[in-house]
Design a protein around this ligand. Structure first.
Ligand code: SF4
Ligand code: SF4
Length: 372
């Protein structure tokens, strides 16, 4: 990034005209942001996305990825779609299940015209140690396919997040491209706490915890076994009574700083070779790792593109906060100007952006340019 120049974030609002679909305009944004400068002839280009979980509907749909693939090919690159395996035992725990999940959600060569490659391999162990100069880490383990790619296009669905507060490009890259051991290191300090007075012993969190860390104690209150818990935060979102909370002033901030340091590793060595495309559509309060999507907290806003990962996240955050909360959603009653993500999740999701700026990944100051 050029430190003397305010980074540009290109913005395509939702309103579309005949022959100017949002699909085409999203592709145009990439070109405006500098795709042909970032991708050289014969470059292997990792298109980082989230394939969604079965039952989830918030992830960026294959029709948009097909457009991105077409633009990368037109620039001379050889694109592949990629993500890393999850830490928890779900539908994307290994490459076999992960690819089955992707197919279930409509991603295949037939639909996107590019191969699907799981970045950290069959079982999450194909990773590369990348040196970083962070507060928490001096090296991070990143999925090998992403490290070895010549260039990258990061396609992000913007949403809330139960543990990190905000799910933007930094989280997509940092958490999303970290291999399983990296994800464990990022989550290691996150501890959910149960409020006994609020807990009804409904057992919903017991059913949701991917590693069986929660039981109902003799006093009819949920109990977390911290020797088993790996800090995924899913129980926080699962509890219908708000009885489980994060120690967000310390833990969530540290989680976000660790995410930013993993993003630094994932982007290392690719200066000028990475573009970010973020979709502010179906902005759900929780992440796409769930097997459902709750009602969007604000109306669809549009699509952003930039070469600056911090600027695009800050612009997305600001645009969501400027919008009014949607009736019938968890954003209901929140007026324009209210911090939607912090209010809905209880977690201040700006730490990752602040830390990423300190690390030199980009700028929280940006120049927003609207492209019709
Ligand atoms: S954060 Fe909650 S859901 Fe996740 S492992 Fe710990 S107890 Fe289980
Ligand atoms: S989901 Fe909430 S109310 Fe139900 S048992 Fe767990 S902590 Fe208690």
């Amino acid at each position: 990034m050029n430190a003397t120049r305010t980074p540009i974030v290109y913005f395509a609002p939702m309103r579309s005209k005949m022959k100017r679909s949002l699909v085409k305009r999203a592709g145009d944004l990439l070109d405006r942001a500098g795709l042909r400068e970032a991708v050289f002839d014969q470059d292997l280009v990792a298109i980082k996305l989230h394939f969604g979980e079965q039952g989830n509907t918030g992830f960026v749909q294959p029709i948009f990825l097909r457009e991105v693939v077409g633009r990368v090919k037109a620039a001379g690159g050889k694109p592949f779609l990629t993500d890393s395996n999850t830490l928890y035992r779900g539908q994307r725990f290994n490459a076999v299940d992960h690819l089955e999940c992707a197919l279930h959600n409509g991603f295949s060569y037939a639909t996107v015209e590019a191969p699907l490659v799981i970045a950290d391999g069959l079982d999450g162990r194909e990773a590369v140690d990348v040196p970083v100069s962070g507060k928490h880490f001096d090296s991070v383990r990143i999925g090998a396919a992403a490290v070895h790619a010549d260039a990258m296009v990061v396609v992000t669905h913007v949403k809330g997040h139960e543990a990190a507060g905000f799910g933007g490009a930094l989280k997509n890259v940092g958490m999303g491209l970290g291999c399983r051991s990296a994800k464990q290191r990022m989550h290691a300090d996150f501890r959910p706490e149960v409020t006994a007075e609020t807990c009804t012993a409904c057992k919903r969190c017991v059913q949701w915890c991917p590693v069986g860390a929660i039981t109902i104690g003799p006093d009819r209150v949920a109990v977390v076994d911290y020797d088993v818990c790996y800090g995924c935060g899913e129980c926080v979102a699962a509890c219908p009574y708000g009885a489980i909370a994060t120690q967000w002033k310390t833990d969530a901030g540290m989680l976000q700083e660790k995410i930013a340091e993993h993003a630094a590793g994932a982007l290392s060595g690719k200066s000028g070779k990475v573009l970010f495309l973020s979709f502010l559509t179906g902005i759900s309060p929780d992440c796409d790792c769930w097997n459902f999507s709750d009602a969007p907290i604000v109306a669809d806003i549009g699509v952003l593109a930039s070469t600056d990962i911090v600027a695009i996240d800050q612009a997305a955050y600001d645009l969501v906060n400027a919008a009014a909360g949607l009736p019938g959603s968890r954003g209901e009653g929140l007026s324009g100007g209210v911090d939607k993500f912090t209010t809905v999740s209880g977690v201040d999701g700006t730490h990752a952006m602040v830390h990423a700026e300190v690390l030199g990944l980009g700028s929280r100051t940006y120049d927003l340019r609207t492209i019709e």
